[in-house]
Structures are given as C-alpha cells and as structure tokens.
Design a binder for this molecule. Sequence first.
Ligand code: ZN
Length: 269
Amino acid sequence: MSTTYFDIHSHLNDPRFDPDMDEVLLRMREAEVATIAVGTDKEMSERAIALAEKHPDVWATIGQHPTDTHDEIFDGTWYREKVKQEKVVAIGECGLDYYWPTNPDSRKDFGDVDIEKRRQHELFAEQIALAEETGLPLMIHGRPTPKTMDAYEDILEMLRGRGVKGNVHFFVGDTTIAKQFLDLGFTMSFTGVLTFTHDYDETVRYIPLDMMHAETDAPYVAPVPHRGKRNEPGFVIEVIKAIAQIRGEDEEKVREVLAGNAHQLFGLK
Ligand SMILES: [Zn+2]
C-alpha cells in the first residue's frame, strides 16, 4: 500500500458506505489515497475509530458537529477516554453553523436562534478545551448565514488567545476571513465544489499552498466528473487537480505540498 494523496475529511464511517466498503477501500488504494474519517457525534466517532483501527490508511477524528446531532449532550468523559486511541488525529468536526438555524427550509426545528447559538457556543467551547488539553488539532465546521461571515467571525473570536491549531473544513469564507485564520496558524480545506463553481477561486489563490488541504467530505459534494453520485475518498484527486488548475501550478507540486501539509497538521504517515 502506498499513499500519494490525502483526503483529510471524509465520512467513510457513514453507514451509506457499509454495503460496499471493500470496493470503496479498493478504489481508494488503487488511487493511492488515504483518508481521515470524521466524527460528528459519539456513535459516528466510535465508528471512525473502529474503521481506523482496522485499516492502516484510515485515521479518525472524534467530536460533535454543531447541528447534525441536536439532542446529544457533549460527553466530555467519554471523549477524554477515546482521545487516547492512537489513530485519533483531531477533535471535531466541531464549530458553529448559523446556516440551518436561520434557514426557513431547515428540516429540523432549532427554536429560538439566540438560544441555539448559545448551545453551539458551549458545545464548541468544550471541544476547544479538549484540543487545548490534548494538543490535537481542531477539525472545524463553520457555516455562516447566507451573505454574511457571521459564524466565521464568532469562531475566530472563540479561538483567539487559545493554545490551539487546526483546519477549517469546507472553507467558504472570503479572503478577509482567510487572512484571520492564517494569522492564528489555521489551515483551510477545499472540496469538490471547486470543480463546478468559480466562487472560491480567489480564496484558493490567496491562501499559501502550504496552508491548505484537499478533502472530499464524502459522501457529499462529489466532484466533476462524478457529480450527482455518492462521493468517496478516491475522488480527492479531482479536488487536487482543481486546486492546481485554479492556482496555475504544477499538479505534482501541489500534490506533494498538500501531502506534506497533512503530515504536518495531523501527523499522518
Ligand atoms: Zn464533514
């Protein structure tokens, strides 16, 4: 098994991969891709660890997503025990999501927006504390209210002055927000969205190559030419190609630097 590419954020632990996990892993290995399976609550964190323990080219993050699991109370004791597992490489995905609680089309009822924001702030604060304690990086999920940068501004506020590092996954902020994350030493990662919109080209060119990552966020947002299908870690190659193209840089150079970035932040080998 040789690893050439890193998909630093996938939900390979999602039950949607259960029926054909062996084939997905096979395609991933043929493409020389390794991945980090991301926890979104206790159950998904447990599934990420189980997968990582079984496969040398899968790592895990553990944590609680701001909105995916609305009813779960953060179990600090459980996370403090699980974080000791060798293949746990980050805390998250955690952060602030203001998109769904303010969206009238949301399938869940988030109730009063201010109360919901307070709940998310407390949940995120616990995970910042855990990252600080363990020295592990944060895998951050930030999603602002449309046409604003509100969730990112609040995340930045909560991170300033804290002894933490990490990555902002599925980055959709502008260059002003990117600069502030860079000032804190945070990296940002991009998805297959780059293959079908030019909305993020300016940020992709703005962020130094050694401060970014490629991810799939599989099973979501499959890149072109797989668009509309279930996404999988092997498709990260399309994201890396898109980054090279947007930046006008050599694909092999981009691949090499991004692989180095994954080693650097998450300690992947
Ligand atoms: Zn995700």
